[in-house]
Design a protein around this ligand. Structure first.
Ligand SMILES: Nc1ncnc2c1ncn2[C@@H]1O[C@H](COP(=O)(O)OP(=O)(O)OP(=O)(O)O)[C@@H](O)[C@H]1O
Length: 225
């Protein structure tokens, strides 16, 4: 599903080139659950953004769903991102002026889904996440764990093939974090491919594989049995 070949990402200034990712090679199969760990600044978010088609590498090839992402034009990339990738973030990134319902609805709207269909999809998600009674509340009226549930509902509403999570439990208490990880595990059991960045070893162990990124290079890969 995901094939990264000799990916390099760097920034140039007047005097030097700073490498963020160096010769990253990574294959992720459909149905996999990968945890990416590593120190701050190692390039984890950059890698996730490249995989999610939000950023471009400077060198290397990236095949997403057998398509050469490195050769797609901007419009096609945005289209691919919208249809196949869901993203969740440490800081939730919900729209504060919108209700829970409207936040979940936004990506479906951009996908061009008709109103009736949107209503059905959102009703199912609210039901599944026990959030029916919260649908007209605004994000700041929810707990952190509930906000992340909305973040996940929004990310998976369009049934993406790939869910990317950038420190999804980073702003949560342990119990809330565990609740979110249990949910990600369930989504993966149902077939969704997941790549998460985490600093938490306990939560990294939810993945089927753990990848360690240090100074932009994949240093080791531990099969997580
Ligand atoms: N536009 C930019 N210009 C120069 N350097 C950048 C730019 N964007 C990111 N970087 C650098 O790239 C490095 C990797 O950033 P990235 O956010 O991918 O790290 P990370 O491993 O996710 O870190 P953290 O765990 O702290 O979130 C950082 O040192 C950052 O300063």
């Amino acid at each position: 599903m995901i094939n990264l070949k000799k990916i390099y990402k760097y920034y140039d200034n007047k005097y030097e080139r700073t490498y963020i990712l160096k010769n990253v090679n990574l294959d992720v199969a459909e149905g996999d659950f990968v945890s990416v760990m590593g120190p701050s600044g190692a390039g984890k978010s950059t890698l996730l953004n490249i995989i999610g088609l939000l950023d471009d590498p400077n060198e290397g090839e990236y095949f997403f769903l057998d398509q050469p992402a490195h050769q797609l034009n901007e419009k096609k990339k945005v289209d691919f991102h919208r249809h196949h990738v869901g993203f969740i973030f440490q800081a939730f990134h919900l729209i504060e002026e919108m209700t829970v319902y409207e936040n979940i609805e936004t990506p479906l709207f951009y996908k061009g889904m008709k109103k009736k269909e949107r209503q059905a999809v959102i009703a199912d998600l609210l039901d599944r996440f026990n959030m029916v009674a919260k649908k007209d509340l605004f994000p700041q009226q929810l707990s952190g764990g509930q906000q992340q549930l909305v973040g996940i509902a929004r990310a998976i509403a369009g049934k993406p093939k790939l869910l990317l999570a950038d420190e999804p439990t980073g702003n949560l208490h342990h119990d809330q974090g565990k609740m979110i990880m249990d949910l990600l595990k369930k989504l993966n059991d149902e077939g969704m491919t997941i790549i998460q960045v985490t600093h938490n070893q306990e939560f990294a162990n939810y993945g089927k594989r753990i990848i360690r990124l240090t100074d932009g290079e994949i240093e080791e890969e531990i099969a997580n049995s």
